[in-house]
Design a protein around this ligand. Structure first.
Ligand SMILES: Cc1ncc(COP(=O)(O)O)c(C=O)c1O
Length: 411
């Protein structure tokens, strides 16, 4: 197909309400921040802005970790950076797998050349501390790599005891908090987590493309033990340890870049930095506990509304993420066709599913900028209408009424 730029207009997306598992609609304050003017990356204004961003993300991760910064890329860029920087080929990594994103950690660790052992649970359930500790004792890994909110199953793995277990056994802990941070309690220091990573496109209310990361001093020491400065900017220091097998994701170099040395690494993704800073500023201004409560309120209203429609919620509801709800596709309803119709008729997107849950559940997200009563109720009204068109009988208004009752009870 030939593309004549004179015949095509500027990108002009349709209006959508994104109520899937992410991305969601970005907060307009974040997209406005992204359109601010570019400034050179070593301009003192810019380095000050980077320091502010580090401080804001310390508040978001609830940590004192100095090494709290951004990896430029989508959420999985920070996951890769964490694993390639912490783990040397042949070292052992333990991954509890309860959904797609545990499998992603497994795959990334395998690609890094780690010896990976997994423990597995049915999708829709979470691990107990005892199960994880028993596997640590049995396998003696260097790193435990876990997912907090596994978006594929909507489960939120309890983590409060995991860091202490790891410390007791001399194991490093890594947490993928991409989909949970900001909407579910996460306390990096109190829980003694060594490395955690996130993304902007879920509860942080931004677009994807920047991945916040926080690294404990203990983990930073491990990474510094593999410090090799890039040849073109060599400072005469001797390289140490096994060189990290990625230049872009070498967290030693990324720390040297964000740190007082300001050693040149990548060219700053300035517009994404502005976005990430604004996402964290909004959360920090609100307070992390208040942000979690907001997700709990609106996610709870959506769950009540979906049940009110006569749909069955999926998975262990006691350990569900506040911000993503899995709901079984009713017998006889064509799940993908209904989703397409919801999009075409109402401009509302809800999520499909992967692996064993493909065709079994829809995933409805209520997070970031979309944690609003109007977004929840509009979705329920439209879903009810589509369900009826697809032959599923519900009591009129039962979904909206149940959601409104939830708001009333949780005032
Ligand atoms: C829990 C979790 N981890 C990792 C990812 C991968 O993130 P990205 O697509 O931003 O690279 C996602 C994306 O949905 C996710 O939900």
């Amino acid at each position: 197909m030939s593309f004549d730029p004179n015949e095509h207009q500027q990108v002009n997306p349709p209006t959508r309400l994104l109520m899937g598992p992410g991305p969601i609609n970005a907060d307009p304050r974040v997209t406005r921040a992204m359109s601010a003017a570019l400034v050179g990356q070593y301009d003192p204004w810019m380095t000050d802005l980077m320091n502010q961003t580090m401080e804001l993300y310390r508040q978001v991760f609830v940590t004192e970790n100095w090494a709290t910064m951004l990896v430029d890329g989508t959420s999985r860029s920070a996951i890769e950076a964490a694993i390639v920087s912490l783990v040397e080929p042949g070292e052992k990594v333990l991954v509890p797998v309860m959904g797609r994103f545990g499998l992603l950690l497994q795959e990334i660790a395998e690609r890094v050349g780690a010896e990976v052992v997994t423990i597995e649970r049915d999708w829709g359930t979470v691990f107990t501390d005892e199960e994880i500790e028993a596997a640590i004792v049995e396998h003696r890994p260097k790193l435990l790599a876990t997912v907090q909110g596994d978006t594929s199953t909507t489960m939120n793995q309890p983590l409060a005891g995991i860091g202490a277990i790891c410390r007791r056994h001399g194991v490093l802990s890594y947490v993928d908090a991409t989909a949970s941070l900001g909407g579910n309690t996460f306390r990096m220091d109190e829980w003694q987590i060594d490395v955690a990573t996130a993304g902007l496109q879920k509860c942080l209310a931004g677009p994807s493309g920047s991945a916040p990361i926080s690294i404990s001093e203990r983990a930073a020491e491990v990474i510094r033990g593999r410090r090799h400065v890039e040849a073109g900017i060599a400072d005469g220091s001797q390289g140490q340890g096994v060189r990290i097998a990625s230049n872009y994701f070498d967290l030693g170099m990324v720390m040297d870049y964000w740190g007082p040395q300001r050693l040149n690494h990548h060219t700053e993704a300035t517009s994404m930095l502005y976005a990430a800073r604004e996402c964290a500023r909004l959360l920090a201004a609100e307070g992390m506990d208040a942000a979690v409560a907001r997700h709990q309120l609106h996610g709870g209203a959506m769950a009540a509304g979906l049940s009110g429609l006569g749909l069955e919620l999926f998975g262990d509801q006691a350990n569900r993420m506040n911000n993503v709800i899995g709901v079984k596709i009713p017998e006889g309803v064509a799940g993908d066709e209904l989703r397409a119709s919801l999009l075409a008729n109402y401009g509302i997107e809800i999520g499909t599913s992967f692996g064993p849950l493909a065709g079994v559940i829809w995933r409805v997200g209520v997070m970031g900028y979309n944690t609003r009563r109007d977004a929840v109720l509009t979705t329920l009204v439209a879903l009810e209408a589509e369900l009826r068109r697809f032959g599923f009988t519900t009591t009129p208004n039962a979904g909206v009424d149940a959601a409104l009752a939830h708001y009333e009870e949780n005032k």
